[in-house]
Design a protein. Structure first.
Length: 193
């Protein structure tokens, strides 16, 4: 447990360097620190028996994400996919350095990197859990803001793509969220519910 706490402290120090700020009830938070905390909280609610591996993988989903800007890649679908792949590898490599420093063994780190890099999600239940948690956090905390930036048809496409990534238990969880009326209608239309 000591190395887990040491890892969390070091990871959070890095998240705290994010210059992107999100303000909640008048308090400013580094955006990626807030995101990491939301993922871990959601994981603990979604899978209360989650161990250190999953909690660390959740905490590192956006590790140093701000260091690889989206506009460093072509602003098309191919560019987006290349950016995401580069992010996954970078996040996994950078956060794994912390795990190594605090004393996690090679096998643990290898499993951790597979989850953070989203490798073999269909064959790796742990990777699917983290994908579920990321989708749930997106829908619960970020979808409403997305709805203000995108036309309804584009938003429906985003929702449908998110939905396809989720397990049935995550979908059931998402349907419990209390979305504002207009957004709920768009979600139901996007999912043909």
């Amino acid at each position: 447990m000591e190395k887990y706490l040491q890892a969390c402290i070091e990871i959070n120090k890095n998240h705290s360097l994010d210059k992107n700020i999100e303000t909640i009830e008048g308090i400013d938070y580094p955006a990626e620190l807030l995101y990491a905390n939301r993922l871990v909280d959601r994981l603990e609610n979604f899978k209360p028996d989650a161990g250190e591996l999953l909690k660390l993988a959740a905490r590192c989903q956006h590790f140093k994400r701000w260091e690889i800007l989206r506009n460093a890649y072509p602003m098309d679908k191919v560019g987006y996919l290349k950016w995401r792949k580069a992010l996954y590898i970078y996040q996994s490599e950078e956060s794994a350095k912390i795990l190594e420093q605090v004393g996690y063994d090679d096998e643990f780190i290898s499993q951790f990197k597979m989850i953070v890099e989203k490798k073999e999600i269909s064959k790796n239940p742990n990777a699917q859990i983290i994908e579920d948690v990321a989708c749930l956090v997106f829908m619960d905390y970020y979808l409403e803001d997305f709805s203000k930036k995108h036309e309804p048809e584009k938003l429906k496409s985003i929702i449908a793509k998110t939905w396809k990534k989720m397990s049935n238990s995550a979908k059931s969880e998402a349907l419990k969220f209390d979305f504002p009326g207009d957004l709920k209608k768009i979600i139901l239309e996007a999912l043909n519910l």
